[in-house]
Design a protein around this ligand. Structure first.
Ligand code: PLP
Length: 466
């Protein structure tokens, strides 16, 4: 068939160009030089297709971001309209554009009441970088320049620009990379599944809060600028903190004049059933919320740092002598990105996607938990549309399978053969779907996963890992 061979040769040409010239984020070079990449070329709703026409259910919303689902013509039209009316002009100093102004007011209305000032970036890493820079600037301006340290946590993921990579506490992420160590101090992650044996969840919470308290004493509150946290750690393994953790950590921040930055790059825009989860789910009133991903549903790069009124009071104080708040990007408040985000939010509101997650999110949690009977499934955790399955060798002890077993990859490969894409991260499998899944799709996905885990158990046995 001529069409097939044309498609094959086109696919091969793309594969080769990519392999020879595109340095991919987070590439495994032990396989990349031979295997290259799968080429995802088309999308529609909950599905993506590869260049050869194989269609898959997207179980990861691209990369925790395509929240309204794929192929929304309305978003494309809004971007095209803005791009042809006025694609770009500076937002520096005293210039702005209509979508950026509209989006800022909209975000202020959706965020906790005291967060009314928006700084735009190009993604999540840059949002976290900006947050830290503004925090340092703030303390410098109020005469507390010694308040510099940022407290982060082991296994946190905050991005890969220099500061965001330093805030990131996943050790393997920074292997052979330098970090700005003197700026950051790391607490333990809150990992209920792997808490010390015999410790109750309440005692574990006391232990984690106690660690923060001790660290403040060791470093001195006068030297600590901020604490940054993901409400649920994402890339670090979808780690849900024990009950009471968030508000107690916040209370310590308040008592010690430490600002709270909540990284909602994943947890905002519906994934946990609300536009922002800080206040509604976790009872937090952060000084800064950072977000990206679902803000534009990934249709175009965009991030933001939402700044509190009290910080803005200082940031917005004139410097005098012609000085300006000299930070920002050429593309801060890019009109096409902001137009896409406005349309994205309009769709989320019109289709009540947050309410959909409040209804369907618990169903996904319950149904995924039915997979616990499989030999390798040690833990099923997360919240709503931010879920993870942890594979183990021994459910009693939580002992892991050896790295060579590549268990996360095996599960993902089996699922993909059955038409579902999920994300392997080491021994974990992450599921973070578009917010438009319903019960029927969840049943289908869980059936695929059920068959995939059975196949993986068989293949692990065959290869002598079990
Ligand atoms: N923060 C969190 C919690 C994230 O999950 C990510 C990316 O996955 C980032 C920050 C970095 O965002 P970006 O990749 O857009 O720079």
């Amino acid at each position: 068939n001529v069409d097939d061979s044309n498609t094959d040769s086109q696919a091969h040409a793309v594969w080769e160009k990519d392999k020879n010239h595109f340095i991919h984020p987070f590439t495994d070079f032990s396989t990349f030089h031979q295997q290259g990449c799968d080429i995802i070329s088309d999308s529609d709703g909950i599905y993506v297709s590869d260049i050869k026409g194989n269609r898959f259910i997207d179980g990861i919303a691209g990369l925790w971001c395509v929240n309204v689902g794929h192929g929304r013509k309305e978003i494309g039209d809004a971007m095209a309209e803005q791009a042809t009316r006025m694609a770009y002009f500076s937002t520096f100093n005293n210039l702005t554009n209509i979508p950026a102004a509209e989006l800022s007011a909209k975000l202020a209305s959706l965020a906790p009441a005291h967060l009314n000032h928006i700084f735009y970036t190009c993604g999540g890493s840059t949002a976290n970088d900006v947050a830290v820079r503004l925090v340092h600037y703030y303390f410098n301006r109020i005469g507390k320049p010694e308040k510099k340290k940022i407290i982060s946590r082991k296994n946190a993921y905050h991005g890969t620009t220099y500061m965001a990579a330093t805030l990131t506490g996943i050790e393997s992420n920074n292997w052979m990379f330098d970090t700005l160590d003197s700026h950051v101090s790391y607490l333990s992650e809150a990992n209920c599944y792997r808490r010390p044996a015999g410790m109750s969840e309440a005692a574990y919470c006391d232990h984690l809060v106690g660690e923060f308290e001790t660290r403040i004493t060791e470093l001195g509150a006068d030297n600590i600028a901020a604490f940054i946290m993901e409400p649920i750690m994402g890339a670090g393994g979808v780690l849900v903190a024990p009950e009471g953790y968030h508000t107690r950590m916040q209370a310590l921040c308040r008592q010690n004049d430490i600002l709270l930055i909540v990284d909602e790059v994943v947890t905002a825009f519906g994934r946990l059933g609300h536009f922002f989860s800080s206040e509604k789910v976790f009872g937090l009133t952060p000084d800064i919320i950072t977000c990206a991903k679902g803000l534009s549903s990934g249709y175009v790069p965009l991030g933001a740092a939402l700044i509190s009124d009290s910080l803005y009071e200082v940031l917005g104080t004139p410097q005098g002598k012609g000085g300006v708040l000299s930070t920002g990007f050429t593309y801060s408040g890019h009109p096409v990105s902001c137009a896409a985000a406005l349309k994205n939010i309009e769709i989320m509101e019109r289709e009540a996607l947050c309410e959909n997650i409040q209804r369907v999110g618990p169903y996904l949690e319950t149904q995924l938990k039915t997979l616990k009977h499989h030999a390798t499934v040690g833990d099923v955790r997360g919240s709503n549309f931010m879920m993870c399955l942890e594979n183990v060798a021994n459910k009693e002890t939580g002992e892991l399978l050896p790295l060579e077993a590549r268990v996360g990859d095996r599960v993902a490969e089996e699922a993909q053969q059955r038409g579902l894409i999920i994300r392997p991260v080491g021994h974990l499998n992450i599921i973070s779907p578009p917010l438009i899944w319903d019960e029927a799709i969840i049943d289908n996905v869980v059936a695929i996963l059920d068959a995939s885990f059975s196949a993986v158990t068989e293949s692990l046995k065959k290869d002598g890992f079990m």
